[in-house]
Ligand binder design. Sequence first.
Ligand SMILES: Cc1ncc(COP(=O)(O)O)c(C=O)c1O
Length: 388
Amino acid sequence: MTVTSKPHYATDTVDRTLVDPRIRALKPYQPGKPIEEVKRELGLIGEIVKLASNENPLGPSPAALAALAEVLPKLALYPDGGCHDLRAAVAQKVGVTGDQLVFGNGSDEIIHLLGLTFLQPGDEVVIGHPTFVLYESAATLAGAVTIKIPLTRPGFAHDTEAMANAFTDRTRLVFIANPHNPTGTVVGRSAVDALLERLPSRAVLVLDEAYGEYVYDDVPDFPAALDYIRAGAPVIGLRTFSKMYGLAGLRIGYGVGSPELIRLLNQPRSPFNVNLSAQVAATAAVNDDTFVEKTRKTNSDGLRELTAAFDRLGLPFIPSFANFIMVDVQRPCRMVYDALLRQGVIVRTGDIFGLPTHLRVTIGTAAQNAVFLAALEAVLPAIAPAAG
Ligand SMILES: Cc1ncc(COP(=O)(O)O)c(C=O)c1O
């Protein structure tokens, strides 16, 4: 059939006002630039170093890769909607019961489910600012109001006292990423204790531990979500296989909490939200302790290398507990970012987080860090320092 006239259903005739204002209000997520896109746009050949999305520079867990090889013949089948084997493996590893876990298509999906489950129009969500952008999206989608509490200066940490001062009887969710994205800072136990003391009834504190595996054993008395959940506090912990386990491309994360809160979170979940490959890979990865150790060492060595270089270059940085670091390049970050791109290095600009002279750099392998540092040293002298 040849279409000659403009059909009445053409997408450009859709009346935007017919779209729910909550959807229209969403700010599109700005992901790190994909490697192939950079190559295409800049005509670059050769290796691109991507240090933009806090992925694991060592690749996926080898145990996950081995398990994945077995899964291909089974791809004609729907996955287990209840994630039976994965649930058993994670429950045993972290020391909870299976009914305390909800799995998602990335922990992104659990954040989304938190909004769908616990928020109604007019409810309030308290977050730091800047912070991981999906917390606000979950609130906006539910018609809730996001109360943004600026991070402290100069430390760029959560101001938990100001957050508690913002609590009202409409507060339903409080999000803290610990360690925090984008700043890499950590909230300590006494601050979390004090926040919980003042948490209104019917509110839930979400401790997003996407980067938790980088600190659980290193930060003394780290206030892990699990400690509070075991003590019966209204806390939900979020974890992911995207960072420490190197499975970002498969999309799998989970929430942990009391059986009652988890039952509610499961209500709006779609039946097969976690695909078969993700389940199989994560089940193997969760016990890949050798890979976890190797990743942790690569990260701590890399953090040391980068911070030593920043000191040498006279660039201030925010001390980080995660697998990335915010460095103040003291120049307009977009200019430095563009110059680094032309050198084949992708990082993240701070301006999207309201920090116009910062870059967020994922810690890479020793080789990747060296490429990044050489590129940074090469481009900085040609860019005039920012005023002020
Ligand atoms: C703080 C934080 N939470 C959650 C996520 C989402 O992780 P995923 O959906 O890959 O599990 C990220 C990803 O960067 C993050 O930084």
